[in-house]
Ligand binder design. Structure first.
Ligand code: FAD
Length: 599
């Protein structure tokens, strides 16, 4: 049986908690109904279980190699990606007329999430291709859309995102790759990029690199970065392939996890310059790239959730099967051993994993719902509000799962004991794969600074206040349900503590003490994330309570498990917000105050 997701939870989260069917009211999704959405999810789960999960271990053990100038990898990767393309899942969120399924964002994201939970390495090629194609669709002209994005959405060309350079990772304003204009309107690019995922392979006819570079007269810093399409093989006007472009694979990087996706060092312009085409306006490249980041970061968060989720399901099965020891108080060594799940500490670790991964899933799907609301809600005001809330929540959606669903992976190893530390069981791979997520697409530290330094104050704090209002409304609703009042009280305490810390830190910023205010931004991110996930747990419990009254489609055990997981999160996790907020409120600068020599 697949151990990628609990199908009851998938149905509960999409159809009961987030009421994704409401999105079917938007004209874009009018042709869908519950059955078509479910059919897409069923298909994605089948492909994930039968085509992706089956070689996840193989691509980890036998990572891509660089031989005679070529990238060599396991054939299963191509077979799985062919199936993905042939089923139409490659373009799950794209328009019907472009060969896509035109699914609501939450369902499209979930289809991708299932593939990530099954095999992040192989999914990486498709994920980057769709991200790059979306970027061209959003920022490129019609000619570029037709010539490059359409073959990408059809799975004929694959894509990459080329931002990072050896000396410019988090600090993209320092990137040096240069783009020289030519008379025919094209550019020649010169520079070195590092860590480029899927930067070379033979899985597709061509690879379209989306490259950030500087024009000769560009202003310094982030305001002087432009975006270019740089094909590996030049594409003729009729769509046929032409000459090889001046893009060279300088080598592969060998990694801790995510091993199935090639990580490359690419040299642009070792000879006459790599031919590139400007996308959008000159010097607006970073903004163009970030235009797509909200959705890409939901993808990172959801990937993290799904790796945590599959780890949890593996740990759960192991805990049910492995027998070890006897209940506390049973002194007779002749009595049979009990399964691990009967031990209190194992139950605590399983419940922590459940609380993290199901809470993280609710968070990511909330983000995906806002993506549709921001594009399709009826009024301009609703669309703006959704866009603002999504902006505010994006660093949380990217980072909270990267931290806590990774912790879930660590707990899954712990449940397996010594066996979890061996390569005989997949939980160690899930941990290694997930360890990337706090690093790429903006590190954890950068997300913390983004949230506290910028996002909470957007539009004078309007979206932050809106979020607190929505949380307060849920607390009010939960107070009407006897069983949930204690959890509602815990959440209220957390919100109050977070709000106090936010006011203090905003005042520090306003007083010019920005470095002190942001010194513990990562801890602020953690406190903020826990509060938001606590809110989503309370919402899950309210829906589960309704389910227990007969208003839902899942079993009583499932709903009971949801309410208890909410109670657990409220009692064990939310008090951490109060502790963290206390530290933040005191504007503690112990680490900042250390001199370099004192370390
Ligand atoms: C497996 C993998 C795949 C990747 N795929 C791609 C890809 O496809 N395309 C691409 O362009 N890049 C890719 N990257 C690169 C990735 O985005 C960078 O590694 C990341 O942005 C961090 O940059 P860096 O490694 O140079 O670390 P640095 O920027 O040197 O950061 C090191 C540490 O310092 C902290 N730090 C840095 N600056 C600050 C600051 N101002 N305030 C607080 N803390 C700070 C960081 O949070 C981090 O903890 C990938 C990386 C990996 C490992």
């Amino acid at each position: 049986m697949q151990k990628i997701i609990n199908p009851q939870d998938l149905a509960f989260q999409l159809f009961e908690l987030h009421e994704v069917e409401q999105a079917l009211g938007y004209p874009r999704y009018a042709e869908h109904n519950r059955e078509t959405l479910q059919a897409a999810l069923d298909l994605a789960l089948k492909v994930a279980a039968e085509e992706f999960a089956t070689h996840a271990r193989l691509v980890d053990e036998e990572e891509p190699r660089f031989e005679d100038g070529r990238v060599v990898m396991r054939p299963e990767v191509r077979q799985a990606l062919d199936v993905l393309r042939d089923t139409g899942l490659m373009a799950a969120g794209q328009d019907f007329e472009r060969g896509g399924m035109q699914l609501p964002a939450a369902v499209a994201q979930m289809c991708v999430g299932l593939l990530k939970g099954a095999n992040v390495g192989t999914q990486g090629y498709a994920g980057l291709t769709i991200a790059a194609a979306n970027l061209i669709m959003a920022q490129g002209n019609e000619y570029q859309q037709k010539k490059y994005a359409e073959p990408m959405m059809a799975g004929r060309f694959f894509g990459t995102m080329c931002l990072t350079e050896p000396h410019a990772g988090s600090s993209l304003g320092d990137l040096r790759t240069r783009a020289e204009p030519r008379e025919d309107g094209s550019y020649r690019l010169f520079g070195n990029k590092i860590f480029i995922s899927a930067g070379d392979h033979e899985l597709s006819d061509n690879i379209i690199h989306m490259v950030l570079a500087r024009l000769p007269d560009a202003p310094p810093g982030v305001k002087g970065i432009s975006l270019f399409i740089v094909p590996k093989i030049l594409v003729n006007d009729d769509g046929s392939l032409g000459a090889r472009n001046d893009v060279a694979l300088a080598g592969l990087i060998h990694k801790m996890g995510y091993r199935g996706t090639t990580s490359t060092m690419l040299n642009f312009g070792e000879q006459d310059g790599a031919v590139g085409y400007l996308v959008g306006e000159a010097n607006h490249g970073l903004a163009a790239m970030f235009h797509m980041m909200n959705e890409a970061r939901i993808g990172v968060g959801l990937g993290s959730v799904m790796l945590g989720y599959t780890g949890y399901l593996h740990a759960l099965e192991y805990a049910r099967e492995r027998k070890q020891g006897r209940p506390v108080g049973e002194k007779d060594p002749l009595t049979p051993q009990v399964p691990l799940i009967r031990h209190a500490d194992i139950r605590r670790m399983l419940l922590t994993q459940k609380a993290y991964v199901e809470g993280g899933l609710a968070l990511c799907l909330q983000g995906a719902m806002l993506v549709d609301e921001k594009k399709h809600a009826a009024s301009e005001d609703q669309r703006q509000l959704a866009a603002g809330l999504l902006d505010l929540l994006t660093p949380v959606i990217k980072s909270w799962p990267s931290q806590f669903c990774l912790e879930a992976n660590s707990l899954a190893i712990q449940v397996h004991g010594g066996y979890g530390y061996t390569r005989e069981y997949p939980v160690e791979q899930f941990y290694r794969d997930n360890r990337l997520n706090p690093i790429h697409e903006g590190t954890h530290g950068i997300q913390g600074v983004d949230l506290l330094g910028r996002k909470v104050s957007l539009a004078g704090g309007r979206f932050y206040r809106e979020l607190l209002d929505r949380i307060a409304a849920t607390i009010g609703e939960a107070r009407g349900i006897d069983r949930l009042t204690a959890s509602a009280d815990q959440l209220e305490r957390a919100v109050r503590a977070l709000a106090e810390a936010t006011t203090t830190l905003n005042a520090e910023k306003a007083a010019g003490k920005v470095e002190q205010a942001l010194a513990n931004a990562s801890l602020y991110l953690e406190a903020f994330g826990h509060t938001v996930v606590g809110w989503l747990w309370l919402r899950q419990a309210i829906k589960a309570n309704a389910g227990l009254q007969g208003n839902g489609g899942q079993t009583a055990e499932f709903y009971e498990g949801k309410v208890k997981a909410c109670e657990y999160f409220a009692s064990y996790e939310l008090p951490k917000v109060v502790t963290l907020a206390g530290l933040l409120n005191a504007v503690d600068t112990t680490a900042l105050g250390m001199t370099d020599a004192e370390f």
